[in-house]
Structures are given as C-alpha cells and as structure tokens.
Design a protein around this ligand. Sequence first.
Ligand SMILES: [Zn+2]
Length: 92
Amino acid sequence: MNSSMIGKIEKAHRYAREPERIQLSQIEATFRGSHDDYTVRLNGPNWSCTCHTFESHAVGDTCSHVMAMQQILAPMLSTEAKYGAEAVAGAG
Ligand SMILES: [Zn+2]
C-alpha cells in the first residue's frame, strides 16, 4: 500500500470519529417496527413515516420510528431535522 492511501485511511478513521462533520439532507430507510416494516424518510428538515401513528396525526406530530432515527443520527442532523422544524420555529 502506498503512503497516500495510508494517509487517506488515517484521515477516514479520524473523520469517522467526528460525525458532526456530516449533515444528512436526505434519507430513506426501512424501519423494522414491532409489528411491521415502515419506510422512514428525511427530506431536508422534514421527516415522514408510513406507519399509522405518523399518517393519522396532524402535521408536526411524529412517531416512535422518526424519534428513534433522530436519536441515532443526532450528530448528523440539522437543528430542524433533530427537533422538528415546528419545534425550532416555536422556540424562537
Ligand atoms: Zn412511524
């Protein structure tokens, strides 16, 4: 292995310990819930989920699948995506 490749690998290891360098803008994931599989999506600051809880609630409400994704990915999410665009606007 040449030295430039070793340098890249070392840098990648360093970056991998600094997830706050990464901001996710779009995600589509299959979430295995207790009863069924759901598709959870992030588009900019907006989350959606195909589960009944999310779809039956008013805009701004959320579900356990979205909340779990927000916790797992917290360092890589914008403030709006982390807490919900409405919560951020309301806090201002
Ligand atoms: Zn859900």
